[in-house]
Design a protein. Structure first.
Lengths: 323, 129
């Protein structure tokens, strides 16, 4: 696995090289600034499989550098790990919003760096083996749509990779989780209407739905991710209560206004189903992952039993025959 | 075992470079701090330089075996940010700057003692052999 490590502190770079070598990662290139890193990216003959970036650097900081790296088509999905002393929530939020995949705070535990890098390495292996297409060019073929595949949506405001979302929630402190709520959104027709579409059409519709979710959630602070097929997971970052019915209504209005069509000109009729929301307050790392799954399951339940989300009729009215 | 030895040797090299830099970084902090104290009521453009030195030390010290130095560096970095955001708060920096300088000196001294001890250990083994 070829790694590019970027830090303005030569001591950290030397330390990282030693730590990485001890875990068997010997193909490591170092850069002491964002500009040097971009030069290394532009001139390398062999693409990098992973980036390790510091945040606080003069001139171009690590957050700007992630954005620039994500601007390269070849590196849209490449793991970017922030290794930084900036542990405040605002830096964590900004790094993930810019496209970071994971976040390790300095001073780091050597074992932690090894564990995270091994995970990245296995993802890179899977990618090389063809399990995860890395570029748009690779998926824009005539092969059948893989509805389980999670689409990277870095161009849509608030959208990050699903694994990055989990990493983000594990990184912020339990205290920060107090104001966070999560819910799932499902586009039930997605499987049916896209089963015979091209992968490009599938990606375009997923991106359109993500745009609709993003536009409807604004101006709230949020992260959202595509969970595969027609499923999306949303996390509201500073929210104590969420009106799911109102959001559902506005989201479907937005989708209708988009007036989507298939490539052959036929209208595409899609609607969204929004599940119950769940608090992430003081959840353990395992609890966070489980709650995301629970939120998606709740949206699936609404899809199967739509009447469950309709306003409950008053039992008194029902008693007197008005129900 | 060879890989472990190579890793230990590599880490020791990084640790030595880290310690070699401490006297120079300590002198810079002393110098900047003296200038800041000469005009404590004026916003200082060089005060963030203390924060930058502290930031670097905070990022590496604990990993290299100096957790207390790392902790004090992080405290100093936060204190500098706080003082920079609140002009007139320079006085609050006295304690973290002093503690940091003392710990930098202690780290360098501890390392000297460790090196002496290590040499003694090697000599003993050689003697036993």
């Amino acid at each position: 696995m070829r790694i590019l490590a970027v830090d303005d502190d030569p001591i950290i770079l030397t330390l990282l090289v030693e730590v990485l070598r001890a875990a068997g990662f010997t193909d490591v290139v170092t850069a002491e600034s964002g500009a040097d890193a971009l030069r290394a990216i532009d001139t390398t003959n062999t693409a990098f499989d992973c980036f390790l970036l510091d945040i606080q650097m003069p001139e171009m900081d690590g957050i700007e550098l992630v954005q620039k790296i994500r601007g390269y088509k070849a590196y849209e999905a490449t793991p970017v790990l922030m290794i930084t002393a900036m542990s405040q929530r605002k830096y964590i939020d900004a790094a993930f919003a810019a496209g970071a995949s994971d976040y390790i705070t300095k001073p780091f535990e050597i074992g932690e760096v090894h564990a995270r890098l091994r995970l990245v390495s296995s993802l890179a292996e899977t990618r090389r083996a063809g399990g995860i297409p890395e570029h748009h060019e690779e998926i824009a073929t005539d092969r059948p749509v893989d509805l389980a595949r999670r689409v990277k949506l870095h161009d849509v405001d608030g959208f990050i990779d699903y694994l990055a979302m989990e990493n983000y929630l594990l990184q912020v402190s339990r205290i920060s989780l107090i104001g966070m709520r999560t819910f799932g959104v499902i586009i039930p027709e997605m499987k049916r209407v896209l089963a015979h579409s091209t992968p490009y059409e599938y990606e375009s519709v997923v991106a359109d739905m993500a745009e609709a979710i993003s536009d409807t959630l604004k101006p709230q602070s949020f992260f959202a991710a595509h969970a595969g097929g027609g499923e999306f997971i949303c996390v509201l970052l500073n929210c104590n209560s969420f009106d799911g019915d109102d959001f559902n209504h506005r989201l479907n209005e937005t989708i209708t206004e988009m007036d989507l069509h298939y490539s052959n000109g036929a209208p595409m009729s899609l609607r969204a189903v929004v599940g119950d929301d769940f608090s992430l307050k003081l959840k353990s790392p395992k609890g966070v992952s489980q709650t995301l799954v629970q939120a998606l399951a709740a949206a699936e339940m609404v899809e199967r039993q739509p009447q469950r989300k309709e306003p409950q009729k008053s039992s008194l009215l029902q008693l007197f025959g008005f129900g | 075992m060879q890989a472990q030895d190579a890793f230990s040797a590599g880490l020791q090299k990084v640790r030595s470079r880290f310690l070699e830099q401490l006297p120079e970084q300590s002198a810079m902090i002393r110098d900047i701090w003296a200038q800041v104290q000469s005009a404590p009521d004026k916003p200082s453009p060089i005060l963030p330089d203390i924060g930058r030195i502290a930031h670097r030390i905070a990022g590496t010290a604990a990993t290299l075996g100096f957790p207390e130095l790392g902790r004090l560096a992080a405290t100093l970095e936060d204190a500098v940010t706080e003082a920079h955001d609140h002009p007139g708060g320079i006085a609050a920096l006295t304690a973290p700057v002093t503690a940091m300088l003392q710990e930098m000196a202690r780290a360098a001294e501890t390392e000297n003692q460790t090196e002496t001890g290590a040499e003694t250990g090697v000599q003993t083994k050689t003697g036993q052999a």
